[in-house]
Ligand binder design. Structure first.
Ligand code: PGA
Length: 270
């Protein structure tokens, strides 16, 4: 696992955009590239930087496909707070991805079937190449709350009261309006992606970041399963890094990172 520590949230976004751009640029015509997109406040700055690179530097997403990480149950796609709408409004409507953006169907009366179908759709698309992730203050990723199966597939989850409180800010601070359930890619589904890129900023993420990077692999901190990934990059600002015991070593390791290694952890010449 690579740990990149940056001074500010803006620099976190630049480092994340560098990784995604490397995947997008290397996508072969026809072979495409599959992006995994997370909702939440943290990735927004990364999406804005990717939109800027699209507009100003010609970074093209044509022919690519994107899958959202999760979706509330009971919110139609057009709802202001649906994750499908969030991703469209904050990212995909502003790039040339040809509407090839998929999300679980939170309105299916049989949500468990919608979850299964979604998992199959990801597989049929050839799997996700680069998956952006945030982390909840309780260590969740996607809506995989504490107690989630470490090898679980896309499934229905009950939101933790802490997640409902955290997300109430998007529902005019009314916890009653926050949906109680969601369809989320499972931890096993997420782990199938080629490269996991987890972003965290701010002090309220410091404990979760420390636990995910330096604690045991446990369902109590679902994000700790990143330790099992072949390729995972955790990008944090100083505040979110404040509880990392080995932060000096992580900085040292980055300083000595081989110059032939790209941000996507592949040799530049490959
Ligand atoms: P946030 O959410 O980026 O809005 O903090 C992250 C998450 O809950 O996964």
């Amino acid at each position: 696992m690579e740990i990149l520590i940056r001074d500010t949230p803006e620099e976190v976004a630049l480092a994340a955009a560098d990784i995604v751009s490397a995947y997008v640029r290397r996508a072969l015509p026809g072979a495409g590239c599959v992006l995994g997109l997370a909702t939440g406040s943290t990735p927004v700055a990364t999406y804005q930087e990717l939109i800027r690179r699209h507009r100003e530097e010609g970074l093209s997403f044509a022919g690519l496909t994107a899958f959202c990480l999760d979706e509330y149950i009971g919110l139609p796609r057009e709802h202001q707070e649906s994750y499908f709408r969030f991703i469209r409004d904050n990212f995909t409507a502003h790039i040339d991805i040809d509407d090839a953006v998929f999300s679980p169907d939170g309105m299916d009366p049989q949500p468990w079937k919608a979850a299964q179908r979604y998992d199959e759709a990801i597989r049929e698309a050839g799997g996700i190449d680069v998956q952006i992730l945030g982390i909840g203050s309780n260590g969740h990723i996607g809506f995989n709350e504490p107690g989630s199966p470490l090898r679980g597939r896309t499934r229905v989850e009950t939101l933790h009261p802490q997640t409902i409180r955290d997300n109430a800010r998007f529902f005019e601070n009314d916890v009653e309006d926050v949906p109680t359930h969601a369809i989320t890619q499972g931890l096993g589904t997420i782990l199938d992606a080629d490269h996991l890129v987890l972003l965290a900023t701010g002090e309220n993420k410091a404990y979760a970041v420390h636990s995910l990077v330096e604690g045991p692999i446990t369902t109590s901190i679902p994000a700790s399963m990143l330790q099992l990934a072949d390729k995972a990059t955790v990008i944090v600002d100083e505040s979110a890094a404040s509880m990392l015991r080995e932060r000096e070593y992580y900085r040292h390791r980055e300083e000595l990172r081989p110059s032939w290694l790209g941000p996507d952890m592949r040799p530049i010449e490959d």
